[in-house]
Design a protein around this ligand. Structure first.
Ligand code: FES
Length: 107
C-alpha cells in the first residue's frame, strides 16, 4: 500500500496502488488545486516529487505539454492527477498549487 507524504504540511496518507497523487491529496484533505478535475487540461495540480519518483508512471507527452504551463517548474515537477502510485512518495505542493496562491508574487 503506497504512502504519500505531502510537504510542507507533513501530512501522510496510505493509498491503494494505482491511486493518483491528486486523489490521495483529496482523500487526506490536503489542499491541492485541480481546476480541470484531473483531466490533464490545466497545470494547477503541479507538484514536485521529492522522493520515490520510480514508483510513479512515466510522464506522457500530454502531461508534459500541460506541465510546461506551470509556474516554477523543476526537473521533478509533475501533474498530480497524472501520477499513479505503486510505491511510497514524498511530494511538495508549491504555493502556486493552493487556492491561496497570490500570483502577483510570481511575476
Ligand atoms: S487537475 Fe488539471 S491537469 Fe491535473
Amino acid at each position: 500500500m503506497p504512502k504519500v507524504r505531502f510537504e510542507p504540511s507533513g501530512v501522510e496518507v496510505d493509498t491503494e496502488a494505482g491511486t493518483s497523487i491528486l486523489d490521495a491529496a483529496l482523500d487526506a484533505d490536503v489542499e491541492l488545486d485541480h481546476n480541470c478535475g484531473g483531466n490533464c487540461a490545466c497545470s494547477t495540480c503541479h507538484v514536485i516529487i521529492d522522493s520515490g519518483i520510480e514508483g510513479i508512471n512515466p510522464i506522457t507527452d500530454d502531461e508534459q505539454d500541460m506541465l510546461d504551463e506551470a509556474i516554477g517548474l523543476t526537473p521533478n515537477s509533475r501533474l498530480a492527477c497524472q501520477c499513479n502510485l505503486t510505491s511510497d512518495v514524498t511530494v511538495t505542493i508549491p504555493d502556486t498549487s493552493s487556492q491561496f496562491a497570490d500570483f502577483d508574487d510570481f511575476d
